[in-house]
Write a new protein. Structure first.
Length: 521
């Protein structure tokens, strides 16, 4: 994989300048490639003629790196300065072929993470990853040092997954930092981290994390298999992998769980699930997942049982309102109005006097307007987004009612639906329900309450056919799993979480007591 996959293996020659020229040629004479030549000690003293007479090179070593990817101050302090200071000692060594070994033993180079290669291609891969290359005169090997120097984003709370209580630590775009965040939570030697590269041009680093003595080995093997089967030129974000490893590419529902919160990833790993972390992406992928997991938040467990349960029930109510309220309003106002209290039915009818559109078109018009406001608000400059959104919404809503484009009842229903759609903690599944809401609207408009029930049954039947890495998407309801039902939709008290749920088919289900002892079913 990498640069070496594009051609044969090129051995490293004894001339450091020639090796550097080969690297520069492979990169197309890139202008951001920095080449630092370290002269021999006798050349520094002006005795270059002696070198010419005995045929030795006037360059003792060459250092190469790409601007912006490597730490230039660390290169100067740990490589350039020691090489220049130790020139006399190295020149007096038995042979220049021992230079790299001498540098590593005598200078600060030995404190750096490095790798040695005998061919050029793996060194070019390392250079493109941001490492620093070192070629020495007379040596048929090259060194690659890890000295990252790219800009790092400071830790902050994920804006799309805010919590009132809990850590404010979200993932960044650096893979090693994200792995370290999880390791800070799980100080267990059973935490497994496996890395691979995906993308023939981007060579994006991907890490798989799980507990070796807990996670189901079949699920871990399936994750590795699907990732290894990906043949694509670039992986720019974790969303690429989500689309390529999902069980069904035609469903609206997310069959993987994406999150930017390190505590949520840690919780999933402790449950026996597998986390996939992608370099240069602030989102991690958790598999397998169920629709029940998409409505849970780590914050639920930071409060007591009663408050955590209340939060989940509120999310469930909000989700149902966001899905069914517009369709239910149309069904009761236009098709099954006899089911409404007489006075309420008369008030709704009175509010629609003068509205020139049928109720279906009226609701769709308002819903589309709200969707446009929602998307525009996400991309407006933060300094004006809130003010402009509120002012525009109030002014337009008031004006639309005044000139009888929409009714008060329709406006109330649509605004309630829009607010309720933000009650869920997962943005992806929220988008899915926003799509399905329109099927509910059409069902209610043409067949009333029967249409809403029919569409709802169709959606549930479709969800029952879905799986996520061998786990039913509707678990623990279908198939029925009584041990997991106590945590859905209610929140199971921590003092009763003796075992992990059977949903994930873990090797060790114990959570309390002797957690490493023999697990009994």
């Amino acid at each position: 994989m990498g640069f070496r996959s594009r051609g044969g293996m090129t051995p490293i020659g004894p001339d450091p300048v020639g090796n550097a020229a080969n690297v520069a040629k492979a990169l197309g004479r890139a202008t951001d490639l920095v080449i630092r030549k370290i002269p021999r000690d006798d050349c520094v003293k002006g005795d270059a003629a002696a070198d010419a007479r005995d045929g030795s090179s006037s360059v003792r070593a060459v250092v190469l790196f790409l601007e912006g990817l490597a730490d230039e101050e660390a290169i100067r302090r740990h490589i350039i300065t020691p090489l220049l200071a130790d020139a006399a000692t190295a020149a007096a060594a038995a042979g220049t072929a021992t230079a790299i070994a001498h540098f590593s033993a005598a200078n600060e180079l030995s404190a750096l993470k490095s790798s040695t290669h005998e061919t050029l291609e793996p060194l070019i891969d390392a250079l493109l990853e941001g490492q620093v290359l070192l070629f020495a005169d007379g040596c048929h090997t090259g060194l690659a040092f890890v000295m990252p120097g790219w800009s790092l984003r400071p830790l902050s709370e994920p804006p799309s997954e805010k919590a009132i209580r809990g850590p404010r630590e979200g993932f960044t775009e650096t893979l090693r930092e994200n792995i370290a965040m999880v390791r800070r939570w799980v100080r267990d030697p059973e935490l497994r981290v496996t890395k691979m590269q995906i993308g023939t041009r981007t060579h994006t680093d991907v890490a798989i994390m799980y507990l070796g003595d807990v996670a189901n080995p079949d699920i871990v093997a399936e994750v590795r298999k699907r990732l290894a089967a990906i043949k694509i030129d670039a992986i720019l974000e974790a969303g690429y992998l989500e689309q390529l490893i999902t069980d069904s590419r035609t469903t609206l529902f997310p069959l993987t769980q994406a999150t930017e919160r390190s505590d949520k990833v840690t919780s999933a790993i402790l449950e026996g699930r597998v986390a996939i972390i992608v370099d240069k992406s602030a989102s991690a992928i958790i598999v397998p997942t169920t629709v029940n997991e998409l409505y849970q938040s780590p914050e639920d467990y930071y409060y007591d049982f009663w408050l955590g349960t209340l939060l989940r029930v509120i999310r469930l109510i909000g989700n149902n309102l966001a899905i069914a309220l517009p369709g239910l309003y149309i069904a009761l106002a236009a098709v099954n109005s006899e089911l409404l209290p007489t006075q309420l039915a008369l008030n709704i009818a009175a509010s629609r006097l003068g509205v020139p559109f049928p109720i279906l078109l009226e609701v769709l018009l308002v819903e589309l307007t709200i969707e446009i406001f929602r998307e525009a608000g996400l991309r407006l400059p933060s300094t004006v987004a809130q003010t402009l959104g509120v002012v525009a919404g109030v002014v337009l809503g008031f004006a639309a009612v005044q000139i009888s484009i929409v009714s008060n009842a329709t406006l109330i229903v649509s605004v309630t639906t829009a607010v309720a759609s933000f009650s869920g903690p997962n943005f992806q599944v929220g988008i899915s329900w926003r799509w399905l809401k329109y099927f509910m609207i059409l069902g209610g408009a043409f067949m009333g309450l029967f249409g809403i029930v029919a569409v709802g049954c169709f959606i549930v039947a479709h969800m029952a056919t879905l799986q996520s890495f061998g786990v039913s998407y509707l678990a623990p309801w279908a198939p029925l799993q009584p041990d997991a039902l106590v945590d859905a939709p209610l929140r199971q008290p921590l003092w009763l979480k003796f075992r992990r749920h059977s949903t994930w088919r873990t090797k060790n289900r114990r959570r309390m007591g002797d957690t490493r002892g023999e697990d009994n079913p």
